[in-house]
Design a protein around this ligand. Structure first.
Ligand code: AHM
Ligand code: MG
Length: 339
């Protein structure tokens, strides 16, 4: 029975998957586990204490920060910095990346981490699931020197590990170290995660599409055509529309049931909304590791060479056949045209 394997045991048991492992990645994952339990505790009592609402500040991208965004960011940053395991951290809530010193003020740690500490935060006030997303790379700058921007601007296909936490009806951690995707569910009574969803597989086909259709008028023609296809009365169509507005939750449901998530460019957001480095890349890594696909409508997300820490990209992610179909409609029009 898988449900007797705890997350802690699983991390240790699978350390051997890494040829030259020194245990650093395992310690990094354990730190994430610790931080997420603290955030989970706070998210769960969100309606009870004065932690809801606007923190009265905006982040670098001009978005209002919710108190819980700020709190989650502080918890993850503090935990990762104090444990001195990564050499650098970038977060949706931080303007620039943060260099982390290792033991004895050295810069000998191998990994950098990028994260969105609390994604979908507009859902917090209304008791709808939110998530944490993270992405881990091996540094490219020399050991012993401070982490540099180049460490963070690596294409997603070089990710060593990626995952998300979903603070939903139950709290789950879903992650991959490049050997498939596994999901762990928290038993809140004892604070332990158990392997509940071993070797998760994205269904090749699906019948759910997730997109903010309210913005239809602003979408590229390829997206409009694909939506028409989804709504057509033919074969197993029309498909169901399901959109939570919380990427982690929409992705999680689609990975289990089969479906496609789209956040396209629009005449209002010409680059799209979602951030490549700490939203799209980690989710794309999990999609591919479970048999799904992720593109920007034309090419593979994981092959995009990033140029900016907070870069945005259009995002098409989900069941392989559905993403291929969406790409097919997109390919009929040149990129960036036909609004
Ligand atoms: P956030 O990082 O500010 O929370 O924004 C990301 C979220 C995603 O979780 C979600 O899929 C999307 O924004 C929803 O955007 P919209 O309200 O425009 O549909
Ligand atoms: Mg986000």
């Amino acid at each position: 029975m898988n449900n007797h394997i705890t997350l802690g045991e699983y991390i240790i048991d699978n350390q051997k998957e890494f040829q030259y492992s020194s245990g650093e990645l395992s310690r990094l994952l354990s730190s994430i586990k610790l931080a997420l339990k603290v955030v989970n505790h706070e998210v769960n009592k969100a309606g009870l204490v004065d932690i809801l609402g606007d923190a009265g500040d905006t982040n670098i991208q001009g978005e209002d920060q919710q108190k819980l965004d700020v709190y989650a960011n502080e918890v993850f940053m503090r935990t990762l910095v104090n444990r001195q395991i990564a050499c650098g951290i970038a977060s949706e809530e931080e303007d620039d990346f943060v260099v982390v010193e290792g033991k004895n003020k050295s810069h000998d740690n191998k990994y950098i981490i990028l994260m969105d500490p609390l994604d979908g935060s507009s859902n917090i006030d209304v008791n709808v699931s939110v998530g944490t997303i993270f992405s881990i790379y091996r540094r490219v700058s020399p050991l012993g020197t401070p982490a540099t921007k180049e460490d963070f601007l690596q294409p997603g296909n070089l990710q060593v590990a990626a995952g998300y936490v979903i603070y939903g009806t139950s709290t789950m951690l879903v992650y991959s170290t490049g050997h498939g995707v596994n999901g762990f569910t928290l038993n809140p009574a004892i604070g332990t995660f158990y392997l509940s969803h071993p070797n998760m597989k994205f269904p090749e086909e699906g019948n759910i599409y997730s997109i903010n259709e309210g913005y239809y008028i602003h979408f590229p023609q390829g997206v409009k055509d694909f939506l028409k296809y989804c709504q057509e009365e033919k074969d197993d169509r029309p498909y169901s529309a399901r959109y939570i507005g919380s990427l982690v939750s929409d992705f999680h449901r689609n990975m289990i049931k089969g479906g496609i998530y789209i956040y396209p460019t629009s005449s209002k957001a010409p680059q799209g909304k979602l951030r490549l480095l700490y939203e799209c890349n980690p989710i794309a890594f999990l999609a591919e590791q479970s048999g799904g696909l992720a593109t920007d409508g034309y090419k593979r997300i994981l092959d995009i060479k990033p140029s900016e820490l907070h870069q945005r990209v259009p995002f098409f992610c989900g069941s392989k056949k559905m993403v291929e179909k969406a790409n097919y409609y997109m390919s009929k029009y040149p990129r960036g045209a036909n609004y």
